[in-house]
Design a protein around this ligand. Sequence first.
Ligand SMILES: C[S@@+](CC[C@H](N)C(=O)[O-])C[C@H]1O[C@@H](n2cnc3c(N)ncnc32)[C@H](O)[C@@H]1O
Length: 273
Amino acid sequence: MATNADYKPGVPYKEENERLYDGLLEVFAERKAATYAAHLLPLIKPDHFILDLGSGPGSITMDLARLVPDGSVVAADISSDWLGQSRELAKRQGVTNVTFEVADATNLHQFADDTFDIVHAHQLLYHVPEQVRAIREMRRVLKPNGIFSTRDLHTWLVSPSPPQLKGWRILFPQVVEKTGRSESFGSESHIVAHEAGFHKDKIEVSSWAWEMSTAKSRSAWVSGWKRLLTERAIEYGMATEEEMHGYEKAWEEWAGKGESRFIAVDGATLAWK
Ligand SMILES: C[S@@+](CC[C@H](N)C(=O)[O-])C[C@H]1O[C@@H](n2cnc3c(N)ncnc32)[C@H](O)[C@@H]1O
């Protein structure tokens, strides 16, 4: 679950992220906290000090910052490029209560113990091979009674579901796991939170759904997975070039149809220190 034998520590995340997200970045940059942090919003108080870890393009971060007019948010990400983008977004949106830090979730040395009211990570932890270590760090920097919040995929489905993509659906999680990521961390995050030190009685779980069903997001999804999968599946000997070409064609046809839907189901975990 949390580690993968094929993962090589030191794999440059920046390069990995670019490979994964080039196509998807624009779509991610439209995310709203009202949808993607709905499990957390009722718990936010105007004076809270929040760490948004793995903040990426920053659209969720800015929404969080608007909810804490008497507090502030630290946007932290391992990628300085993405932090640069979120800094630009703050300027464009006139958000002044966000600061920006390059940080690795598994070593938050720049933050003292007991610092934040909330540490939030949206779609970060499935990327991190050492999840227990990361959550321990997140817990360490929380104030007593502070809130740990994470949200990742349980699963996803496509409609209509082309029969040519059956093999692809089996291949995808296998390749994702080989890269050290876990495709369905959303259904395990409560267990890992407990392993990382949160008491079972202080953990809450919930499930949420969202879609990437516009023409733009469907085509971004298809170009995003191609970057992640095609080269690697062939490199790892898990599929032939011809098979991958067939999958790409079927996905492109799917993305081109107006009625096609990509439906994702997330798992959220909240835990109190
Ligand atoms: C899928 S994106 C999510 C971005 C943002 N939370 C959102 O939902 O829009 C994952 C983010 O995690 C960052 N990331 C990956 N590994 C990380 C690590 N070990 N520490 C901190 N950030 C990391 C990536 O750079 C990327 O910005």
